[in-house]
Design a binder for this molecule. Sequence first.
Ligand SMILES: [Zn+2]
Length: 172
Amino acid sequence: MRRRLFNAIALLSLALLLASAALWLYAWRSPTLKKLSDSPAGGSSVSIDAGRVTYFHYVLDADPVTSQLLRGAVLPGIGGRPWRNAGCALEWRRPLSIAFGGGKPSTFGEWTVISVPFWSLIALSAPLPLAWLARRLRSRLRGAAGLCPGCGYDVRASADRCPECGKRKDEG
Ligand SMILES: [Zn+2]
């Protein structure tokens, strides 16, 4: 049961690993910004660029003219810009404060950014598939050497089960 769970999670990890690597390559060739929603009240976008995936969300509380200006000029820039050089970025519900014409900054809503570099997704998802692979390899090598795949006990003289741990000799 625990073994099955481990295998399932290792498989999920592998899927995440492959997806991250594929997205990384894709983002490197063609940086993409996709709007998920866009209205006078706010919007959100997902972008892949500069080795990272970024989610951006904003809520607007401004008069129609300012709202139009922000949506057209300021917000895509915030959502699409490569967030930081390295590391993850989490900016949660920050005030959207802008000073027009050198005056005092006013707040027109709030914004949120979650930005994760692909390398960190890969670092996060690699250990489990590697552990799975190492386990497979060890059990194969033990089997080939006439040892129990589970515990390494010498089972050359045993029938079909390991006398130490009860595992079947041909079980991976
Ligand atoms: Zn054994």
